[in-house]
Design a protein around this ligand. Sequence first.
Ligand code: MLT
Ligand code: MN
Length: 310
Amino acid sequence: MLKVLILGSAAGGGSPQWNCNSSVSKKVRDGLPGTSPRTQSSIAVTSNDEDWVLFNASPDLGSQILNNKQMHPKRDLRHSPIKGVVLTNGDVDHVAGLLSLRERQNLSVYAHKRVHSVLKENSIFNVLNPDYVDRRNLEMNKKFEVKSKEGKDLNIEIEAFEVPGKIALWLEDESKGKNFGTEEGDTIGLKIFSSQNNKSFFYIPACADMTTDLAERIKDSDVVLFDGTLWENDEMATSKVGEKTGQRMGHMNNSGKNGSIQAFKDLGVKRKIFIHINTTNPILLEDSKERKIVEENGWEVSYDGMEIEI
Ligand code: MLT
Ligand code: MN
């Protein structure tokens, strides 16, 4: 069996976002009923309640560890249940937490070679001392066992695959045309298996489009954690906090004919759960009409501390 712990259910910036006074951020900050704060995008997975693998390492990792006792050191003067980290892209909300894992603790870090190359080019990540931190390439479309730095099987297997997306915001290069230099491997999705019973779930926190290949992969699956960033493509503009559309940021919106609710309609997925939710998205408010629509369509809205058994 796998246990999944949602460490951070919000998109980059969290909810409330530090500088945001849009309706959701404000209500969450004011602690209104039906709201709860959410930290930035990360989940943790275990097969034995002892060793955990992080999927993405958010800038909020310090408080996420503090707030979830499963993540606390358990024995010896130096210990962590966190044995490995798997990255799905190079966005700040997914890699900045690596800097908080720097205190001479053994760790394996798995990522697409594209993401490893940007971490390598940015010397601040040299704080991950290679004597302790082993950077391993994630091969696409090939199932493999996640192992600790010391080579211990963690009974978690992964199959990684490319999904439509975008290069990390901080690496965009306008001179490279309208995809800003995006290359294959900049955004990946993961199928995560228990090696004990082969049960699995999907973790896809960023995805710009439901391709036929992706629809085929997730069809009839048990659980999909999926990109819930925006309700509408132009929500940042209509809530007057920015100009970028979801498509421009590499995210499918939830609603409408090109949205994820529609795209999942006939896929037979048993549990559909939105994750990586932006603070402008009204589904974050329990009493909103958008939340009602989401739930009527069989979706759940993840929250920090949520636990899922696979
Ligand atoms: C995104 O998911 O679009 C990025 O995390 C944006 C960001 O880096 O702030
Ligand atoms: Mn993000």
